[in-house]
Ligand binder design. Structure first.
Ligand code: MGD
Ligand code: MGD
Ligand code: SF4
Ligand code: MO
Length: 749
């Protein structure tokens, strides 16, 4: 065993907490001890129980170590990298030449901890002319992104560290995290008599138990609840009118809409006592800083884009933006969320493309058609859409109907099993890797992790894979590469930058393939073999141009170009993560992306939908499907599909179906009894956990279970065998995974 503690990060959720590990075990390729890294600027030594299983990822089931090519009979044969990259590019280029690069669809680019693959893939996509892409954000966050783009022209986050009111809407940070040191922070807020925690959730979650006010909404009725809160704020004169006049446009239009909301009626529809709604609205209005987090409970539910808007109106009307403990904008190295704007439509069904992402729920429809503009090939990287998108059976069918499917993954996943070629990526502990999920304030940070192990077998980092794909097609400008390398060696980074900028100006393709060009030129010169970090270099340059002041306060001094160099070197050398920016109060306003820098409160498209709430909820409780199934709850032992090995779970191995005792009694099922769950698209068997956290009629299955391991064992229900592509938001087409109409029958013992 190596006694030395090495720094890395947990890769299971967006927090990417810093870890220190000791390696050893079989062939010295195991992670044998893990503790929190106190030097990590965000997590500061914090870990949750999920991190202790990380060796189940590093040495997980179904790992692939060689490029694989599908045979006629559906089995796979190993082929060399040269064969795989050459054949893949020949076939993709032939498709491009016949049907246009638009016919090549890209899905993925990174999971919770690995966002460099997407950065490198942009080069491969550029040489192929691939224009359409998507990833998991287009089944959760795109509605919110659009609202943010309209109201602020940029993304906003809540400052939970400094807030006196913390508001969680359809979010259970006790399990899902999403904010650093979540459990410690939730306990701190809960204990502090001067701070108020408000949780909106139909379930009595661990977070809800810590709340001062738990608004136990009926599933799918959040729109009425938030409209009622806005009614209270407007009708009781709680809005901060002076602040609104100074910083926003459209307040009178918005106030007028909520002036006439029948508060008592809407509270009744939401199933929450009016007094509680009034207390919550008053607490937000009286707070010095109220921080909000909306997540899947509302983003994968009815009215999701509308609810995102109403949530932002609640805190905007009370002036909680740009203040300590309110909402802020982020000084980021890379903005993962894109612009939030919707400027294009998908080629076949004409669905809105928000932040450049095709809605996940229309991908199958864009393929399963004879429309001339359908997608004909798909490149999937670091994602498992057959398991994670609605209606798995439809996704399989769609993939099978394509001319070519290439999957880049560490494991033989449900999606990889539908591919023509599977390319083995090194794990996130076998290469330099990083996340762009860095959203902190006033200090923001970045963490480039150093590998713990050499790549297993013939696996390669995505940087190397994309460079080889481009080289296999003869599309790497080799002369320029050689010239840049010699300039770097002879004259240093300044001269290298000048020549690089000049080459980009001369040929736009140079900018597009910059990631792989930098990987091949700057990469080999980086200390400790940190070649995959090369793609961060242009990001540090653009960040320095935009955020020079915040960089300066974080200790990167001088002119922007010099700041960029210092920042890049700090990231490459800082193995526990580094602070990259420090904001001062009020700085959030400088990043506003609206034309006049003010908040645009009135969004006519969504205010029109507020009006339709008057008609009350549509009765979706069809007698054929009387239950509302939450398909994909975050629990102690769920972690998307990053761990493919169920052995990491210390409890809930099968992923029980949770239901109230009233429902269990009515169905005549005991604790642990088996039931069949049936929805409009599929059916599955699960064992029941009677749990009075659940409301009657509301049942829940966990996220990330039901993987098909190579040993043929499926443990738990694959939630998306039950979900429908059609059941999605009218605006952003995000799925209603938290509101799946279902029927449940007890099975005889
Ligand atoms: N343990 C664990 N943590 C994870 C993950 C994981 O797989 N496992 N995945 C990560 C990822 S990718 C994400 S996006 C985040 C998601 O994090 P969350 O959004 O917090 O996770 P969920 O459990 O899916 O849903 C949140 C809550 O919504 C509630 N809810 C259900 N229906 C409704 C409703 O109608 N209204 C309201 N207001 N609430 C409702 C549920 O009861 C649940 O408590 O978690 C991340 N963290
Ligand atoms: N019904 C239902 N469906 C859901 C959800 C739900 O709540 N309910 N939640 C949704 C949400 S919020 C999300 S974020 C998605 C997540 O679903 P996906 O975005 O599809 O991703 P993950 O399950 O996180 O799996 C990531 C993949 O990356 C692979 N991988 C790991 N490390 C590496 C690496 O270094 N390189 C490469 N190339 N591959 C690697 C893993 O083996 C795995 O196949 O699921 C969604 N699906
Ligand atoms: S909160 Fe838990 S799962 Fe998320 S990164 Fe930290 S240790 Fe990993
Ligand atoms: Mo997610």
């Amino acid at each position: 065993m190596s006694e030395a503690w090495q720094s890395s990060a947990c890769i299971l959720c967006e927090c990417n907490c810093g870890i220190n590990v000791q390696t050893g075990g079989e062939a010295a390729r195991e992670i044998v001890r893990i503790r929190g890294d106190e030097d990590h600027p965000a997590s500061q030594g914090y870990l949750c129980q999920k991190a202790s299983g990380l060796n189940h990822y590093q040495n997980g089931k179904d790992r692939i170590t060689q490029p694989l090519r599908r045979r006629e009979d559906g089995t796979y044969e190993p082929v060399s990298w040269e064969t795989a990259t050459t054949e893949i590019m020949q076939r993709l280029i032939a498709l491009r030449d016949q049907h246009g690069g638009e016919s090549i669809f890209y899905y993925g680019g990174g999971g919770q901890g690995n966002h460099l693959p997407g950065a490198y893939a942009s080069a491969t996509r550029a040489v192929l002319g691939s224009r359409y892409r998507s990833n998991a954000l287009a089944q959760e966050k795109t509605g919110e992104f659009w609202v943010n783009s309209q109201m602020f022209g940029t993304h906003v986050r809540g400052d939970f560290e400094h807030c006196d009111v913390a508001f969680f809407l359809g979010k259970n940070p006790w399990h899902s995290h999403g904010i650093p040191r979540a459990r410690a922070l939730l306990r701190e807020i809960s204990k502090d008599p001067d701070r108020t925690m408000i949780v909106v959730d139909p379930v009595v979650t661990e977070t809800a138990k810590l709340a001062d006010i738990h608004l136990r909404v009926k599933p799918g009725r959040d729109a009425w609840l938030l409209a009622a809160m806005l009614g209270v704020i407007v009708q009781d004169g709680l809005a901060d009118t002076a602040w609104l006049a100074e910083h926003t446009d459209g307040a009178p239009t918005v106030m007028q809409v909520f002036e006439s909301i029948p508060i008592a009626d809407y509270c009744a529809i939401a199933g929450v006592p009016e007094e509680q709604v009034r207390s919550a609205a008053t607490a937000v209005a009286n707070a010095n800083g109220a921080a909000f987090f909306e997540d899947l409970g509302v983003q994968m539910n009815h009215h999701s884009t509308l609810v995102s808007y109403l949530e932002k109106l609640v805190w905007s009307l009370c002036g909680h933006f740009g203040n300590a403990g309110g909402q802020f904008t982020v000084a980021a190295l890379q903005n993962l969320g894109g612009s939030g704007r919707s400027s294009r439509k998908t080629p076949v069904v004409g669905a809105p493309i928000i932040s450049g992402l095709v809605p996940c729920n229309v991908i199958a429809d864009e393929i399963l058609t004879d429309h001339p503009d359908r997608y004909r090939a798909m490149l999937v990287e670091a994602a498992n859409p057959v398991h994670s998108l609605a209606d798995s059976q439809k996704m399989r069918e769609a993939l099978r109907s394509l001319d070519l499917v290439v999957v880049i993954d560490v494991a033989m996943t449900e999606t990889a099993r539908e591919a023509d070629y599977v390319l083995p990526a090194s794990t996130q502990y076998e290469k330099w890797e990083a996340t762009f999920f860095n959203f902190e304030n006033p200090e923001n940070y970045f963490h480039l992790r150093k590998p713990l192990f050499a790549p297993l077998g013939d696996s390669l980092s995505e940087a190397e894979i994309h460079a080889r794909l481009i080289e296999a097609a003869g599309l790497m400008p080799q002369d320029l590469c050689d010239e840049l390398s010699s300039i770097l060696e002879a004259d240093g980074r300044d001269a290298f930058r000048d020549r690089f900028l000049q080459a980009m100006a001369e040929d736009p393709m140079v900018a597009k393939i910059a990631p792989v060009l930098l990987y091949r030129t700057l990469g080999p010169t980086l200390p400790e073999g940190a070649a995959e970090g090369a793609v961060l270099w242009p990001l540090t340059v653009s960040m320095a141009m935009q955020e020079s002041e915040s960089l300066g306060r974080a200790g990167y001094s001088g002119e922007p170009m010099s700041q960029a160099d210092q920042l890049f070197d700090a990231i490459i050398n800082g193995h526990s993560g580094v602070v990259i920016a420090r904001d001062e109060p009020g700085q959030s306003w400088q990043r506003m992306g609206t034309e006049d820098g003010r908040i645009r409160l009135a969004l006519p498209e969504l205010l029109a939908v507020v009006d339709t709430l008057k008609a009350g909820p549509a009765d979706t409780r069809d007698t054929q499907y009387p239950f509302i199934l939450m398909a994909g709850e975050r629990r102690d032992y769920s972690a998307n599909t990053i761990y493919r090995d169920g052995g990491w779970r210390r409890k809930d191995a099968q992923g029980a179906l949770r239901m109230s005792s009233a429902d269990a009694e009515q169905l005549g099922v005991q604790q642990g009894g088996q039931v069949r769950i049936t929805t409009a698209v599929g059916s599955a068997v699960a064992s029941v956990e009677i749990n009075d956290r659940m409301q009657a009629g509301h049942i829940s299955l966990p996220n990330g279970y039901g993987l098909d391991n190579e040993d043929g064992v499926r443990t738990g229900v694959a939630a998306n065998e039950l979900t429908s592509l059609k059941d999605c938001d009218a605006f952003a087409a995000t799925p209603h995974h938290k509101y799946v109409p279902a029927r449940v029958e007890a099975l005889a013992v």
